[in-house]
Design a binder for this molecule. Sequence first.
Ligand code: UTP
Length: 286
Amino acid sequence: MKIRKALIPAAGFGTRFLPATKSQPKEMLSVVDKPLIQYGVEEAVQSGIENIGIVISRGKSSIEDYFDRSPELEQFLEEKGKTDLLEQVRGIAGLAEFCYIRQKKALGLGHAILMGESYIGQEPFAVLLPDDIFDCPTPCTKQLIDAYSELGASIIVLGRVDEEGTKKYGIVKPKQISERVFQIEDMIEKPGPERAFSDLGILGRYVFHPDIFEAIKKTGPDKGGEIQITDAIKILLETKPVYGYLFEGKRYDAGDKLGFLEASIDLALKRPEFGQKLREYLKSHS
Ligand code: UTP
């Protein structure tokens, strides 16, 4: 079954990025010249997704405006003959069919995904966390979708993490099936190096069979009162196989200040307009 739909949860508070996120969504912070969330949207589109449901909350309406048409700006650019910019601005609204879903309270990522149940219906779907930027030869979501079409079961993206990473991410107990595919036997949220099963951490891309929704409904809140997607996947594991896919490429944790700066520098260095000048500037500081 073709995977047509994706959910992008964007209803969190972005506390790691305060104070910048006090009155603007983290997902709208700009990496080089595009908001974080646009990287996720473009990756989804390049992976064959046509319909994108964005989970938002109060104070996030700039996301809706961003993916809408902007008649005054478009008219202004047209009058000034700025055709390149006009095309770019128009293209954003046409990237996909967008739908907005409200999460009334930030009750965790699992809960945010559950809010998308009626939008998704009974079909497999992708989830992209907008604060993870993936820079991959094949779009990361496409890598997962291709693996899903072979395996027919929920699959999550995995990356190798260091000791610090075992304190930040869910860690899986893997059974290797092929070079990049692992059957997941167990998982644990932020275990730290002593309790970690492996060095394979869960990152921000997933392709779910719709049976994940029932698993989320059975998931209780964690100590912080949030419904975690990792806990829901653990429940799913009791009855269904779940796979992990070691993606090929590079990933940035742009929801974190240092990761955001690394993504900004690396992606700016790739830009023909100013990459070389930035490289020289950085060299002069080393
Ligand atoms: P994060 O945990 O990275 O985002 O969740 P956060 O909670 O906004 O940020 P910090 O950790 O406090 O800095 C990953 C994604 O899931 C969304 C967030 O908006 C983010 O894009 N999310 C998280 C929701 O939509 N709802 C939630 O209840 C929690």
